[in-house]
Ligand binder design. Structure first.
Ligand SMILES: Cc1cc2nc3c(=O)[nH]c(=O)nc-3n(C[C@H](O)[C@H](O)[C@H](O)COP(=O)(O)OP(=O)(O)OC[C@H]3O[C@@H](n4cnc5c(N)ncnc54)[C@H](O)[C@@H]3O)c2cc1C
Length: 373
C-alpha cells in the first residue's frame, strides 16, 4: 500500500480530493492533515468580514470531501517535516510517514504585538475566523462612545479589501460611534499590479468611506499608538518550518518547485499555491493555487503510476475582482477596469459557483456545524 499524504486544506487539495472521489486509485492510502475541517475560500473572505456572508457560506468542507474520497482526515497541524526520513511531525506529537507528500499550506504573517491595540492578522486564513469573532465580541462587550481607529498595514488587495470590509461591519454594529480608518504602506504605490483605472476606483471607494491612505510610510510606534485595531496585511511570508525541512527553499523560505509542481530537491514532494515558488516567482494569489489544482491531481496520479504527468503553465494575467464592502466591486484585467453593483453580483456568482463545485458531498454534514458568524 502506497501512502499519499496531503498537508493543508488549500485550494488545490480540494480539487485533488474531488478528483479522488471521482476515481480513487487502488493500492493507495490517502490522508489529509488540516487543523480545521472547514477551509475559507479567499475570494469571499472580505465579504464575510463585511457581514455579507456567514463563515459556513464561504468555506469548502474538507470533512465531507475527504469522506467522499475515502481519505483519512487528520485534524492536526504539521509542525515539522523531515524530507530525508519522509516523515512529518504533528502538533499532537504524532508522526506520519509518507511515500508521496503534497504541501498546500498557504502562507503566513508575523505581526508585532502592540500594547493597547488588537492586531488582526489576515494570514493564515484558517486562524482569522477565531481572531475576527474575538474582535467583534470584545467590541460588543466594551461598548464605548470613544472614537475607534482602524488601521490596515499593507497596500495590496488584502489590505484595501479588509479595511473597507472591517470598517463597514463595525459601522453597522456601532452606528453611533465615531470611526476613523486608514491604510499605511511602505510602498509608494497602492495596489501594485492592478489596472490604473481599478486603482483609481478603489481610491474613490476608500474616500467614499472616509478612509485615508498614507503611502511611503513605515509602521512604527506612532501608527501603533494611534490605532485601536490593526489589520495586518503585509506581503505573504513562508511558514517557519519550511526552511528547516531539508527541502530546497527560496531566500524567503518558500518551497522551490519545478514546472510539474515538484520540489526541485525531493521529487517525492509536491508543493502548490502560496507555500511554493517557481524559478520566476508568481504573485501570492489564490487564483494560482486554484489553477494548479487539476495539474497537481494529474501529476500525483502519474507519480503513483497512473497516467502521465504534465506541466503547469501559469496564466500571464488574471481577472482580479475586489469587493468594496458596499455590495459593489471593482474588476481589473490587464489595463481594463470596471466598477459597480453589477460587478459585485458577478463576483458573487463566480465565487458561489466555485464553492458549489465542492458542495456535492457536503449536504449531509452541513447541519451539524455551528455557525457563530
Ligand atoms: C483578505 C484577503 C483577500 C484575498 N482575496 C483574494 C482574491 O480575491 N483572489 C485571490 O486570488 N487571492 C486572494 N487572496 C490571497 C489568497 O488568500 C491566497 O493567495 C490563497 O489563499 C492561497 O491559497 P493556498 O491554497 O495556497 O493556501 P490557503 O488558502 O491559505 O490554504 C492553506 C491551508 O493550509 C492549512 N495549513 C496551514 N499551515 C498548516 C500546517 N502547518 N499543517 C496543516 N495545515 C496547514 C490552512 O489551515 C489552510 O487551510 C486574499 C488574501 C486575503 C488575506
Amino acid at each position: 500500500m502506497k501512502r499519499l499524504l496531503l498537508i493543508g486544506a488549500g485550494h488545490a487539495h480540494a480539487q485533488v480530493l474531488k478528483d479522488w472521489a471521482r476515481a480513487p486509485l487502488p493500492g493507495v492510502q490517502l490522508s489529509i492533515v488540516s487543523p480545521h475541517a472547514l477551509a475559507p475560500y479567499s475570494g469571499m473572505v472580505p465579504g464575510w468580514l463585511a457581514g455579507h456572508y456567514s463563515f459556513n457560506e464561504i468555506c469548502i468542507r474538507f470533512d465531507a470531501l475527504a469522506a467522499a474520497a475515502g481519505a483519512r482526515l487528520v485534524l492536526d497541524e504539521l509542525v515539522g517535516l523531515d524530507a530525508e526520513r519522509q516523515q512529518v511531525q504533528l502538533r499532537s506529537g504524532a508522526a506520519l510517514d509518507y511515500d508521496w507528500l503534497s504541501l498546500n499550506v498557504g502562507s503566513t504573517l508575523t505581526p508585532p504585538a502592540v500594547a493597547g491595540a488588537r492586531v488582526l492578522s489576515l494570514r493564515p486564513l484558517g486562524a482569522l475566523r477565531l481572531a475576527w469573532h474575538e474582535t467583534l465580541a470584545e467590541l460588543a462587550a466594551n461598548a464605548s462612545d470613544q472614537p475607534l481607529t482602524v488601521t490596515a498595514i499593507g497596500g495590496g488587495a488584502a489590505g484595501v479589501e479588509a479595511l473597507l470590509a472591517v470598517c463597514h461591519r463595525l459601522r453597522a454594529l456601532q452606528p453611533t460611534r465615531a470611526m476613523h480608518g486608514g491604510l499605511v504602506t511602505r510602498s509608494t504605490e497602492l495596489l501594485p499590479g492592478l489596472a490604473p483605472g481599478a486603482v483609481r476606483q478603489l481610491q474613490r471607494a476608500l474616500a467614499r468611506s472616509g478612509l485615508s491612505v498614507q503611502l511611503g510610510t513605515e509602521f512604527d510606534d506612532a501608527v501603533a499608538r494611534s490605532s485601536d485595531l490593526l489589520l495586518w496585511a503585509t506581503g505573504a511570508q513562508a511558514h517557519g518550518w519550511q526552511a528547516g525541512s531539508g527541502l530546497a527553499v527560496s531566500a524567503a523560505g518558500f518551497i522551490r518547485i519545478d514546472a510539474g509542481l515538484r520540489s526541485v530537491s525531493h521529487p517525492q514532494v509536491f508543493a502548490v499555491g502560496d507555500c511554493a515558488e517557481w524559478a520566476n516567482p508568481l504573485p501570492k494569489a489564490g487564483v494560482y493555487a486554484v489553477r494548479m489544482g487539476p495539474v497537481l491531481a494529474r501529476n500525483l496520479r502519474a507519480a503513483l503510476g497512473a497516467g502521465s504527468a504534465t506541466d503547469y503553465e501559469p496564466q500571464h494575467r488574471f481577472l482580479a475582482l475586489l469587493a468594496t464592502a458596499d455590495r459593489r466591486a471593482v474588476a481589473s484585467w490587464g489595463r481594463w477596469s470596471l466598477e459597480g453593483a453589477w460587478v459585485w453580483r458577478w463576483k458573487d456568482h463566480i465565487d458561489r459557483s466555485f464553492l458549489r463545485r465542492f458542495d456535492i458531498e457536503a449536504a449531509a454534514a452541513s447541519q451539524s456545524l455551528e455557525d457563530p458568524a
